[in-house]
Every structure is written in C-alpha cells, then in structure tokens.
Design a protein around this ligand. Structure first.
Ligand code: NAD
Length: 262
C-alpha cells in the first residue's frame, strides 16, 4: 500500500491495453484514489467501465491540445479533490503518415502536431496543475528510445520524445523548488492503440525479443510497477530522470547471444 490515500490523476487511458491502464491498476492495488481523462465520446465509452473497474472517483473530457479544456479540467479536479499527489501524463500523437517512410518528408503541420500533443502538453499540464500539486507530489510521463536513437518509422515522434525528455529536465528544476518530482519512463514497445499507428510495429516487437538482454518485450504491468516506484516515496530524491523499462534493450550495442558467439 505504497500510495495509500494518494490522489492520482491519470491522463491517457484509451482502453485496457493502454500503458496508463497498467499504471492505474498498480496504483489502485497500492491504495491510490484515481481519476481519468478521456478524449471524445468514443473513448469516454471505453474509459467509463475502466474507471468503474478500478474504483476511480471521476472521469472528465480533456484534449491536451486545448488550453480551455485543460483549464476546465483543473477547475473540476480542484472542486473534486482540492489537490493532486500524482500526475500521470501518458499521451502521445502524430499523424499516421508521419510514422512511416522518410523523416525528411515530415510536413510543418505534422511536426507541429506531434510536438504539441506529445511534448508541449506535458509543460501545459504541469503549468496548469502546478498550484494543485501537493508537497512531495510526483509527475510521470512516458517516453521511448526513439528519442535517443533512430528507430525505423518512429520519425517525428522520436524528435517529439527528445523534446519531452528535455522538458522533464527543465520542469524538474521549476517543480523541484516546491518539492515536486518529475520523471519519464522510457518504455519498450508494447502493442497499444497508439503503437498500431507506427509502420512495421510487429517487426520491432520481434526484434526486441531477439535482441534485448531479457529476450522478451515489456508489459504494461512492468511499466506500472516502475511507475509505482516513481510515484511513491521509494524514489524520493529522484527527479529529472529518464528510467528505461525496456528489458535492457537500450544497453545493447552489438548484442550477440552467448550461444551464437562462435
Ligand atoms: P494509447 O493509445 O493507449 O494511449 C495514448 C493516449 O493518448 C490515448 O488515451 C489518447 O486518447 C491520448 N491522446 C492522444 N491525443 C490526445 C489529446 N490531444 N488530448 C488528450 N489525450 C490524447 O497508447 P500507449 O502506447 O499507452 O501510449 C501512452 C504513452 O506511452 C504515449 O506517450 C506513447 O508515446 C508512450 N509510449 C508508448 C510505447 C508503446 O510501444 N506503446 C512505448 C514507449 C512510450
């Protein structure tokens, strides 16, 4: 019960395959109170039963590309809870056409869209919720290794994730003065709705199974457990960090398996 009574605002559940769902489940099992956003009526129908299943307090519409919707969410959360102890930002988006082919062909609009929703929204949300974040609060966002190295087809999202990770470091300074921590989890690939937009995603999953030290892909539960660490006092003293939860894949340069060395 590492999060007993803590109020955790979870942004980014689309369905029970979402990374945010895996995180919320771990939080629930550790005593947290939950609230979720949704994006549009189609996802509302998916998030409602998840909120019920996890005994969440409330759900609300919030498109993070809209300052008005973020402001409305802040107002609602303030009325319902008065404060927030844990804020999870598990949101990303890029136009499907920018997640295949050549990065050099990314349009200005496609670039702006990916950066706005996948990177800037973290700063927007942190700024808007800052006054509700309690002493000792923890903010967690989701990144991917495509921020550090070229991953085929990840393209503009890799650039957005690099901006997201840099944002975490700058936000850590602003929020650290108030004893609020912020960290990113760089998760290995997981088959989710968002991931289905990335060209050749199945091949990436297979490649990780072949080449990651642990010879498997991560699960949303693996990510949830690391999020629990970052949300709880177990990580007191950790901020501005990018924690890789990827079965060790980021550590490998050329990783020939022991049995294949000769
Ligand atoms: P997902 O599709 O389940 O979740 C993405 C969420 O982003 C959805 O809930 C969607 O509604 C939300 N979203 C998109 N645009 C939004 C907007 N304008 N306003 C509010 N919400 C919006 O997929 P996921 O894989 O769980 O993605 C969650 C995060 O994890 C993303 O940042 C993604 O880049 C990151 N990530 C995913 C993987 C992976 O392989 N699945 C790996 C590393 C990091």
């Amino acid at each position: 019960m590492l999060l007993e009574g803590k109020r955790a605002l979870v942004l980014g559940v689309a369905n029970n395959k979402s990374i945010a769902y895996g995180i919320a489940k771990e939080f629930k099992e550790n005593g947290a109170k939950l609230a979720f956003n949704f994006l549009g009526d189609a996802l509302k129908k998916r998030v409602e039963p998840i909120c019920e299943e996890l005994d969440g307090d409330f759900i609300f519409q919030c498109d993070v590309s809209s300052d008005e919707e973020i402001a409305a969410a802040v107002k609602l959360v303030e009325e319902k809870w008065g404060g927030v102890d844990i804020l999870v930002h598990s949101i990303g988006f890029a136009d499907r056409k920018d997640l295949q082919g050549r990065f050099i062909e990314t349009s200005r609009d496609g670039f702006k869209l990916a950066m706005d929703i996948s990177a800037y929204s973290l700063t927007a949300v942190c700024g808007a919720f800052e006054h509700l974040l309690t002493d000792n609060a923890s903010v967690i966002t989701m990144s991917y290794y495509g921020s550090e190295k070229v991953i085929t087809n990840y393209n503009v999202m890799g650039v957005a994730k690099a901006a997201l990770e840099a944002s975490v470091r700058y936000l850590a300074v602003d929020l650290g003065a108030k004893n609020i921590r912020i960290n990113a989890i760089s998760a290995g690939p997981i088959k989710t709705l968002a991931a289905s937009g990335i060209g050749g995603f199945r091949k990436i999953l297979n490649y990780i199974e072949e080449n990651a030290p642990m010879q498997r892909n991560v699960t949303t539960q693996d990510v949830g457990k690391s999020a629990l660490y970052l949300a709880s006092d177990l990580s007191a003293g950790v901020t501005g960090e990018v924690l890789h939860v990827d079965c060790g894949y980021h550590t490998v340069g050329i990783g020939i398996r022991n049995e294949d060395k000769k």
